[in-house]
Write a protein that binds this ligand. Structure first.
Ligand code: SF4
Length: 488
């Protein structure tokens, strides 16, 4: 079968940040995060004897017409793409358009929105199949096998319409596939060179995803809790082998593991020792997502991580208010986050903090405290990078249900296109929507502080550092513009 894994171009407000199914945002300066699960899907399907096309109209900056032409000229049998709340209506229209032009093609949607509301997509569009759950690499392979061989049964979590137009489902999605059985992603097929972190330091840069998705997995705002309800990881030796494969075959110099939360405990100690023993620590820089309470519990691990080539950890500050962290079920104390930042930065690890404003219980002074704490950590050099967003309650998350129960929505929540971070979705006690957006922009304005600028100029040692700072400055300008362009 010919299967196309796609991100069709979207003619929206700017460049859509859709991949990896976390927070969606239209960005003035595009951000192209590697969609790891779809990349695994392409790899598994090719390995299973299918002819696979990878079409990312967003990262490759191709047009929508290009996409339709490619489906037609390549005689694609199945086209599958990831969707998310703010763009699900775009995708319904695209699918209706495709079905109009190529009626015989089968269309598949996956992602957190359709996991939460699978029937809606079948009722409101001509989509043939919805795959729920986060293992849509395994489930897409299962679906293709079912359609191709008709002997197998459909994968768990699949939804479709039968010949009489009635909606059918194969039951709840399953997350019991063995991640150690996955091949290395085919990074040529999936054009991995198109994707990068704005904050990468070295090139070539590549992504990995050793785990799905987070040991904690309970934060009430987190989209990953909709698609993953358990935590699994590959063996540490498999990630070491993959790092070696990337160095040997692509000359990779920086890797970002984009698991929701990097494995911890003995696994990480073993991984770090392996990086040192195999000499990879001298060849690459490594970054991962990690909760600070896990670091604070293992102070000796930080030094080992630095020795193993770790450059940066990304972690959620979310708020300076303990009451907010508790409402979010973050299971962490503000002091632990601050202490984690200090420990990591003193050991030589860069810290990137993600921060949110606009919680429906958050007062202006709460939000200001968050902005102030972020500024303090940044000014002291305990955080090297800040990433700010407005809280968005995606369907399927506990905070979405809380918003429904408490009447927190500012508008009809069926207006999905307004969940695109250009305005708050939730009411706040004493902030206007513009004030919420401006709080986000203020966090980015910390990058303009003289102390930060001087500190970074002092750190310049090479052309690599200059290029890193220049890219950072452009990206920050884009973020400030994104949040400053508040509702008109
Ligand atoms: S720690 Fe991060 S990845 Fe894990 S549930 Fe919370 S927000 Fe999601």
């Amino acid at each position: 079968m010919k299967v196309c894994i796609a991100y069709p171009a979207l003619n929206g407000k700017a460049s859509p940040m859709l991949t990896q199914n976390r927070q969606f945002q239209w960005m003035s300066i595009g951000s192209y995060i590697y969609p790891l699960v779809p990349a695994y899907a392409a790899t598994l399907l090719a390995e299973d004897g299918n002819n696979v096309l990878w079409h990312d109209g967003i990262a490759e900056q191709r047009t929508y017409e290009d996409f339709l032409r490619e489906l037609e000229s390549e005689k694609v049998d199945i086209v599958a793409f990831e969707t998310k709340t703010p763009v699900v209506k775009y995708h319904w229209n695209i699918i209706d358009d495709i079905k109009e032009r190529i009626p015989e093609i089968k269309t598949v949607l996956y992602g957190d929105h359709v996991t939460a509301l699978p029937e809606e997509t079948l009722l409101r569009s001509k989509t043939d199949f919805v795959l729920t759950g986060g293992d849509y690499d395994f489930s897409l392979r299962g679906l293709v096998r079912w359609l191709r061989d008709s002997s197998d049964s459909p994968p768990g979590g699949a939804w479709w319409r039968d010949d009489r137009g009635e909606i059918r489902s194969s039951g709840p999605f399953r997350l019991d596939s063995d991640l150690n059985s996955l091949p290395f992603i085919d990074r040529d097929l999936t054009k991995a060179h198109h994707y990068y972190e704005k904050w990468k330091k070295r090139e070539p840069f590549r992504y990995t995803m050793v785990a799905r998705d987070c040991q904690w997995g309970r934060c009430t705002f987190c989209s990953w809790t909709t698609t993953y309800n358990n935590f699994r990881t590959q063996k540490h030796t498999k990630l070491l082998d993959e790092v070696g494969h990337l160095i040997e075959n692509y000359g990779v110099k920086e890797v970002f593991d984009d698991s929701g939360n990097f494995p911890t405990g003995k696994w990480t100690y073993d991984f770090c020792r392996g990086m040192i023993e195999r000499g990879y620590s001298d060849e690459i820089l490594f970054t991962c997502n990690m909760k600070f309470d896990l670091l604070v519990k293992h102070p000796d691990l930080i030094d080992l991580m630095v020795e193993a080539g770790f450059r940066k950890v990304k972690s959620g500050l979310e708020s300076a208010s303990q009451a907010t962290l508790d409402m979010l079920d973050k299971n962490i104390k503000v002091e632990d986050i601050v202490e984690g930042c200090k420990m990591a930065s003193r050991a030589g690890l860069d810290v990137q903090l993600t921060i949110m404003v606009g919680y429906p219980w958050e007062t202006k002074s709460d939000a200001q405290r968050t902005v102030d704490l972020a500024r303090e950590l940044f000014d002291q050099g305990y955080a090297e990078m800040l990433q700010a967003t407005v809280v968005i309650p995606y369907p399927g998350t506990p905070i979405y249900e809380m918003a429904q129960a408490n009447g927190w929505f500012r508008f009809d929540p069926a207006e999905y296109e307004r969940f695109d971070m250009t305005e708050p979705v939730l009411t706040t006690p004493d902030m206007t929507p513009d004030e919420v957006q401006n709080m986000s922009a203020q966090i980015y304005k910390n990058f303009l502080s003289p102390r930060f600028v001087v500190r970074n100029i002092k750190k310049i040692r090479s052309w690599e550092d200059i290029s890193y700072l220049a890219r950072g400055a452009v990206a920050v300008g884009g973020h400030i513009a994104d949040f400053w362009k508040v509702r008109k």
